[in-house]
Design a protein around this ligand. Structure first.
Ligand code: GLU
Length: 310
């Protein structure tokens, strides 16, 4: 009897391990970025020149990555045209993924060696602080509160908070119309915090990701989703008959590349890289082939903020 019990236990353990391994494989860590299945052709994406004999000895993050042989970059996997992971191939694509590839090339690591890790909004600072990732590129707003915990290169794009509603919604036209309505956003995000402090009459619902919010919107569990316009336009573009973005953006969300706090050598090297890729046309080309597909022509990138070390 005890033996049989043990066997059953072992079988359960094996089954559990197999399941866990499948889940890990599905999580697809370590796959390089690539164009989405229905998105741009590879030929339309920029080819980033890998910096030769590049060295950044003053950056502990770079030195660690050099020893490892590649960069580990935190991204999103459910934000159309920004950071999207194809579940079949495990490949990542989108504007943020292109910024990550650009950064990798500039630091001397071929972009196709990047190990991407999906990290939710609420976990970005911790992931950079505990060395789980070297960089983070995923609709990451630069602000003073976060600058106490991490560093930011950039900004490389300026977004603004907006609202996504069902196509047949007529009452919600701006954040002032949300009193008593259920509004969904991602935990740990700036749009969530802004709703909490500036629109307390809205009934705020939080999930880890915006795609879960969008599912809740489509199934009438919530009345609106709020986050950056760049993210919402992507969801709307995927199902234009069912969803629409309403009103004007009501915040400024400058996107930066997150780096570990205090690694100023890395931060400033990435500022230089962004400036170079904006000047040589790569930034525009990357935008046109990714985020541009959600319908907004390429804006002028915001000025880079090389802020002093803190
Ligand atoms: N840009 C905002 C933020 O960093 C919202 C998007 C996101 O959650 O990634 O919080």
């Amino acid at each position: 009897m005890p033996h049989r019990h043990f066997t059953r236990l072992r079988r359960a353990l094996v089954a559990f391990l197999a399941l866990a391994l499948t889940a890990l494989a599905l999580a697809g860590c370590g796959r390089p970025g690539s164009p989405p299945v229905k998105g741009p052709k590879g030929s339309e994406l920029p080819q980033y020149q890998v910096a030769k004999d590049f060295s950044l000895p003053d950056s502990p993050t770079w030195v660690r990555a050099k020893k490892r042989g590649h960069l580990i970059i935190g991204v999103k996997e459910d934000q159309p045209y920004l950071g999207e992971r194809d579940p079949a191939s495990g490949l990542y694509s989108g504007f943020d993924i292109e910024i990550a590839r650009m950064a990798s090339a500039a630091l001397g690591f071929p972009p196709d060696t990047i190990e991407f890790k999906t990290i939710a909004s609420a976990n970005r600072e911790t992931a950079l602080q505990n060395g789980q990732i070297d960089l983070y590129v995923g609709t990451y707003t630069i602000n003073d509160k976060r600058k106490k915990l991490v560093g930011f290169a950039g900004p490389y794009y300026m977004a603004g908070q907006s609202l996504l509603v069902r196509a047949d919604e007529t009452d919600i036209k701006g954040p002032g119309d949300l009193a008593g309505r259920r509004v969904c956003s991602a935990a740990g995000s700036t749009p969530y915090q802004r709703m909490q402090t500036e629109y307390p009459k809205a009934v705020l619902v939080a999930y880890d990701t915006y795609s879960v919010c969008v599912d809740n919107l489509l199934t009438y569990q919530v009345d609106a989703v709020t986050t950056d316009d760049a993210i919402l336009l992507g969801y709307a573009a995927k199902v234009p008959d069912e969803l629409k973005v309403v009103g004007k953006p009501f915040s400024q969300e400058p996107y930066g590349i997150g780096v570990p706090h205090g690694d100023d050598a890395l931060r400033l090297a990435l500022d230089d890289a962004l400036a170079a890729d904006e000047a040589n046309g790569n930034w525009q080309k990357a935008y046109d082939a990714t985020l541009g597909l959600s319908g907004v022509p390429a804006p002028k990138p915001p000025p880079i903020d090389r802020y002093p070390a803190s």
